[in-house]
Design a protein around this ligand. Structure first.
Ligand code: NAD
Ligand code: DAU
Length: 331
């Protein structure tokens, strides 16, 4: 197959391209605007005869049409992805996440191509810490932030294009990813690189908020499974039973790097901060036979810490500007 990977120079998209090159015989065209979050260094080492990069905007209808016409499928990762940025300036989130998805949907509709839409568990809002329920495919949408509301909007567009126009699409909503190539603005890489630089990790608010962590490689395997065996029109939740409070994660990072577990600071909380996410991925596991490989979060986190320790040349150029932005926000 010839597959377009939008956002393939970002964190999860680049992990997907590495995974899919190793596990399929398909060829891949990365369509990426190379915003501050895109990094061609994340695609280094991939075979040039199977991976091509086109720098471009998913809102550019002419470019998208031309590319979609020549491919079999689109796996759509491109997005503005960071909640904190969406609180600062929501406009790019509306443009890329909603108009960009619309532009892709119109092209796959015109050319009758397979489409897989990557989304997030944040569309379901948040859970109380003691709620015995987890998110499932039938949980009502209730997004909190400009980021998650634009992702929810994009999911609804995909559902409508399936029902109204017969577009051959599937959707997946995944929990928080960690692993190599994640931008230092995000929680885990920010804290690892802080400690590596001799600075203290920064916990928003009390640190009791819970995220459900999954290794990016497990997310990639799940997406390939859905692309190959998913039922058109269906939504699949992806998660690896990895619930941890932010405080537990920071303590693990500190002890992994040989520091006292309490050597962190509490900083200003995020506005509207979701309390807890938790995924029930039974449908994907029972109907399509997927299971995570990185079942042990602590081992996956240690490997991720090691990756950042060895790849300072990858993250150092982004670190100062990212921390300057956080400092201006009091975080
Ligand atoms: P990221 O910010 O690391 O990467 C996004 C990529 O999209 C970048 O390479 C960027 O240059 C590109 N991009 C942005 N706007 C574009 C545009 N208009 N046209 C073309 N390319 C554009 O994001 P990520 O964390 O890798 O997330 C990827 C996808 O996965 C997103 O759709 C996100 O909503 C979803 N997701 C993320 C997580 C997570 O934990 N990070 C969890 C579930 C779902
Ligand atoms: O759940 C999936 C979502 O996970 C994806 O849709 C998003 O694209 C992705 O960014 C992520 O969203 P979060 O807001 O959960 O991730 P983030 O890494 O920004 O923060 C994780 C948690 O850590 C959250 O509770 C906020 C907190 N935090 C974050 C930063 C950057 C801190 O305590 N300190 C920090 O410095």
């Amino acid at each position: 197959m010839k597959i377009i990977v939008t956002g393939g120079a970002g964190f999860i998209g680049s992990n997907f391209v590495h995974h899919a090159v190793a596990h399929t015989s398909s060829s891949f065209t990365v369509l990426d605007k190379l915003t501050y979050a895109g990094n061609l260094a994340s695609l280094e080492g991939l075979p040039a005869d199977r991976v091509r990069v086109v720098q471009g905007d998913i809102c550019d209808a002419a470019l998208v049409d031309e590319l979609v016409r020549d491919h079999d499928a689109v796996v759509h990762y491109a997005a503005e992805s960071h909640n904190d940025n969406s609180l600062d300036d929501p406009r790019p989130f509306v443009d890329t996440n909603i108009l960009g998805t619309f532009t892709l949907l119109e092209a796959v509709r015109r050319h009758d191509k397979r489409f897989h839409h990557i989304s997030t568990d944040e569309v379901y809002g948040d859970l109380e810490l003691d709620d015995p329920n987890r998110f499932t495919e039938t949980t009502p949408y209730n997004p909190s932030s400009p980021y998650s509301s634009t992702k929810a909007g994009s999911d609804l567009l995909v559902r409508a294009w399936v029902r109204s126009f017969g577009v051959r699409a599937t959707i997946s909503n995944c929990s928080n990813n960690y692993g190599p190539y994640q931008h230092v603005e995000k929680f885990i890489p920010r804290q690892i690189t802080n400690v590596l630089r001799g600075e203290r990790p920064k916990l928003y608010g009390s640190g009791e908020n819970v995220r459900d962590w999954i290794h990016a490689d497990d997310h990639s395997a799940a997406v390939l499974t859905i692309l190959e065996r998913g039922v058109i029109g269906e939504t699949y939740l992806i998660g690896a039973d990895g619930e941890k409070s932010n405080r537990e994660v920071v303590e693990l990072i500190l002890t992994t790097l040989g520091q006292p577990s309490d050597a962190y600071d509490h900083v200003k909380d995020r506005s509207g901060h979701d309390l807890r996410y938790a995924i029930d991925s039974s449908k994907l596991r029972t109907e399509l036979g997927w299971a995570p490989r990185f079942a042990d979060f602590e081992a996956g986190l240690r490997a991720t810490v090691e990756w950042y320790r060895k790849h300072e040349e990858w993250w150092a150029p982004q670190k100062d500007a990212t921390e300057a932005r956080y400092a201006a926000q009091g975080q």
